[in-house]
Design a protein around this ligand. Structure first.
Ligand SMILES: [Ca+2]
Length: 500
């Protein structure tokens, strides 16, 4: 703008200086200068110099304010003109300044309006753009939202599928683990079964070996048994021979004894030994028969002097039964005495002669060695029935012979058969097994007795009270009187010389 005004000003100056200005169409005393700038046109009315421009007509310049400011033409041309020009210039300057101010003022408002319009236009445009952008954005946002929704849906489906896959994978893993576990178990079992099979095979081999060894041993044993059977047969033959010899000898012995007794009787009858008879009367009692024959006919304990026995012996003499004179060698009546005794105790006797007792094998042997004796056994059951068994001949061997029993001539009411072994049985106690059984009869049946294997009697067995005496195999037994399992109430074994 300032350039424009400088140019306008210069144009004015040039017009003034050259005095050859373009005139307006009116051809009056004024000139109009127009300046076109863009849409704006500015018209300047300038004073015109006529032929006597040297004349100073101040009034001419007073037509309007602008003309009044126009420069004076001084007479003194050079200096005055200069001064006048200066003055004119000053005026122009001032005028131009005013013009400028005016233009500036106008321009300002226009510019402001223009700016406002532009701003409004811009704002509207911007608003439109913004609106369209917003709508586009909204559209885009909606589309994006749709896409997002779709994506989310897809994602959800994928997640669900993933979950399902995970679940199935988990199930599969579980199944796999289970199968692996089962396979491991099967392997273990297989290993165990292999081990077992191995062991079984080993055991079978061992068993086979053992069986072979056992077979060999069995064969050896069989051959041994065959040999032993043969030996036993031989021994039995020899034993039968010996037994027959023995029985023959016993018969001979008995016959000799009878002969001796007959001779003694004959001698005494014929008075051959009359002098010695007196001496016999002075002799002590050998047994209860002697006591009885000496005038003592009451049952009780007496002292006897047994041949070959250093000390006198107290015995119970039964002076009532079957004529009296019986020396009691065993008695049971109330179970007060224990009869489960040793060999030594049965040898020397135990208990009291007035009550339950066993006289002693050594004394029985000694007495029965003095002369021939008979044996009588008195029995009573728990019903009060009495019975007896009697043997015409009775004696026992010595200790070396295990007090072997010799009997002959059985009779009585306690059974048609003898419940004592007639063919000879040795004495056995709990600590001396001399029976004919592979077992130990004295331990099985209790007491000491002439067991066979184990025989039909045992008067030294366990004492059972009334009501308890049935079904007792180890009781006081006399088989042919009360059966094999009946335990008797009381027993008495007593001996008397055959010739009493
Ligand atoms: Ca035995």
């Amino acid at each position: 703008m300032s350039v424009f005004f400088s140019f306008a000003f210069l144009a004015v100056v040039l017009a003034l200086v050259g005095c050859n200005q373009r005139r307006g169409p009116e051809g009056s005393g004024r000139r109009f200068n127009r300046v076109q700038h863009g849409q704006c046109t500015y018209t300047f009315i300038l004073p015109e110099q006529d032929g006597n421009c040297r004349e100073s007509t101040t009034d001419q310049y007073n037509t309007n304010a602008l003309q009044r400011d126009a420069p004076h033409v001084e007479q003194d041309f050079s200096s005055q003109k200069l001064q006048h020009l200066e003055h004119v210039m000053e005026n122009y300057t001032q005028w131009l300044q005013k013009l400028e101010n005016y233009i500036v003022e106008n321009m300002k408002s226009e510019m402001v309006q223009l700016q406002q319009n532009a701003v409004q236009n811009h704002t509207a445009t911007m608003l439109e753009i913004g609106t369209s952008l917003l709508s586009q954005t909204a559209e885009q946002t909606r589309k994006l939202t749709d896409v997002e929704t779709q994506v989310l849906n897809q994602t959800s489906r994928l997640e669900i599928q993933l979950l399902e896959n995970s679940l199935s994978t988990y199930k599969l893993e579980k199944q796999l683990l289970q199968q692996t576990h089962e396979i491991l178990k099967i392997h273990e079992k297989k290993g165990k079964s292999d081990l077992l099979e191995h062991r079984i095979l080993e055991m079978e081999e061992r068993h086979k070996e053992e069986l072979a060894t056992l077979k060999e041993e069995k064969e050896n044993l069989q051959s041994l048994v065959t040999r032993q059977s043969y030996v036993i047969q031989e021994l039995e033959k020899q034993l039968n021979k010996a037994t027959s010899n023995n029985s023959v000898l016993q018969k001979q012995q008995l016959e000799l004894m009878d002969t001796v007794h007959t001779l003694i009787t004959l001698c005494s009858k014929e008075g051959v030994l009359l002098k010695n008879a007196k001496k016999e009367e002075e002799k002590p009692f050998r047994d209860c028969a002697d006591v009885y024959q000496s005038g003592f006919n009451k049952s009780g304990v007496y002292t006897i002097y047994i041949n070959n026995v250093s000390d006198p012996k107290k015995v119970f003499c039964n002076m009532e039964i079957a004529g009296g004179g019986w020396t009691v060698i065993q008695h049971r009546e109330d179970g007060s005495l224990d009869f489960q005794k040793s060999w030594k105790e049965y040898k020397m006797g135990f208990g009291s002669p007035s009550g339950e007792h066993w006289l002693g094998n050594e004394f029985i042997f000694a007495i029965t060695s003095q002369r021939q004796y008979s044996l009588r056994i008195e029995l009573m059951d728990w019903e009060g029935n009495r019975a007896y068994s009697q043997y015409d001949r009775f004696h026992i061997g010595n200790e070396k012979q295990n007090y072997r029993l010799y009997l002959k001539g059985h009779s009585g009411t306690a059974g048609k058969q003898s419940s004592l072994i007639l063919h000879g049985a040795e004495f056995s106690t709990k600590d001396a097994d001399n029976d004919n059984c592979m077992c130990k009869c004295a331990l099985m049946l209790t007491g000491g007795w002439w067991f066979d294997a184990c025989g039909p009697s045992n008067l030294n067995g366990m004492f059972y009270t009334a009501g308890q005496n049935h079904g007792k195999l180890n009781g006081i037994k006399w088989h042919y009187f009360k059966g094999p399992s009946y335990s008797l109430r009381s027993t008495t074994m007593m001996i008397r010389p055959l010739d009493f």
